[in-house]
Design a protein around this ligand. Structure first.
Ligand code: RIB
Ligand code: CA
Length: 291
């Protein structure tokens, strides 16, 4: 499966990148970054550092768009828990939007797009190439809170509220789109022991991930009251790849309001994953440990 990942590398974005690198059926063709957990340039530096640790300098990383970062408390000042990664190669000279368009045109009908940050780059690509939906195999968006409370406001989820107009553009475009909202991602978590299993794996990449997650645990402990982390972004990746199976996933019309709410408006075309058939945390940890 050929994949373009658009992300705001962030700690759970880093876990999604590790998951995709570990999966034998995935070809990670390119990564674009967007402002969200940190700035797009910082997210690119974080991503390039992870790829350097994984020995994957072959994967292009392009810097994208966005306004100002906002989630410093949960992901730390540099987006990855203040962990210092090696300096990777330079970012690709293209913008994230241009990288996505180049990959889609080069592989018509094959490219799966996963967005684990705000949707600004995908919306920009749609504006630049209205035929983009005909060129991609499908889109998965981690974001939204449909039948559950939000995590940035009582009603809005972080990726969506950062750029509601972009999210509305992406969710209403004529491509096969799967939404992976907090409804399902908050249900699938890691414990501290899972984080420590990363450290025990012993490779530089696993150790770096293990160094990142305590900040994420602390951020969510304030929300959940327990030291557990929801696996938002790696879950979007695992659903796309097909390693975990949606249970309740109705086709809905999802409206995006100016305050970032994602509103269920009846039957529609957005496959909205509300639950899975089995716990995904152990599956994703096992996969990442194979890296
Ligand atoms: O609400 C969770 C989402 O916002 C995740 O993608 C996390 O990385 C942040 O971007
Ligand atoms: Ca993210």
């Amino acid at each position: 499966m050929l994949i373009y990942l658009d992300c705001d590398t962030g700690i759970d974005d880093a876990l999604a990148i590790a998951y995709l690198l570990a999966h034998p059926d995935v070809t990670l063709a390119g990564i674009g970054t967007v402002n969200g957990n940190t700035t797009a340039p910082q997210a690119a530096a974080n991503t390039l550092g992870l790829l350097a640790l994984a020995g994957r300098d072959d994967i292009p990383v392009a810097v994208g768009s966005g306004e100002h970062p906002y989630a410093v408390s949960v992901h730390g000042g540099n987006g990855i828990g203040e962990v210092a990664l090696p300096v990777g190669k330079d970012p690709d000279p293209r913008t994230a939007e241009a990288l996505l368009l180049d990959l889609a045109r080069r592989h018509p009908g094959e490219l799966h797009v996963i967005a684990t940050g705000p949707c600004g780059n995908l919306a920009a690509a749609l504006r630049a190439e209205p035929r983009l939906p005909e060129l991609v195999a499908g889109v998965t968006v981690m974001g939204g809170a449909v039948r559950v409370p939000g995590n940035r406001t009582p009603h809005a989820e972080a990726n969506i509220i950062h750029d509601p107009a972009a999210a509305a553009t992406v969710l209403s475009a004529p491509w096969p789109v799967t939404l992976v909202p907090l409804d399902v991602t908050m249900q699938h978590r890691w414990t501290v022991a899972d984080g420590e299993a990363l450290r025990a794996a012993g490779t530089p990449l696993h150790r770096a991930l293990a160094e990142m997650v305590p900040v994420y645990f602390s951020g969510y402990e304030q929300v959940l009251g327990v030291r557990e982390i929801p696996l938002h972004d790696p879950l979007a990746a695992a659903i796309t790849v097909g390693e975990v199976t949606p249970d309740e996933a109705p086709l809905l019309s999802i409206g995006v309001e100016a305050d970032g709410r994602t509103v269920e408006e009846g039957p529609g075309d957005v496959r909205t994953v509300l639950s899975l058939t089995a716990p995904a945390g152990p599956v994703m940890l096992a996969r990442i440990l194979t890296l």
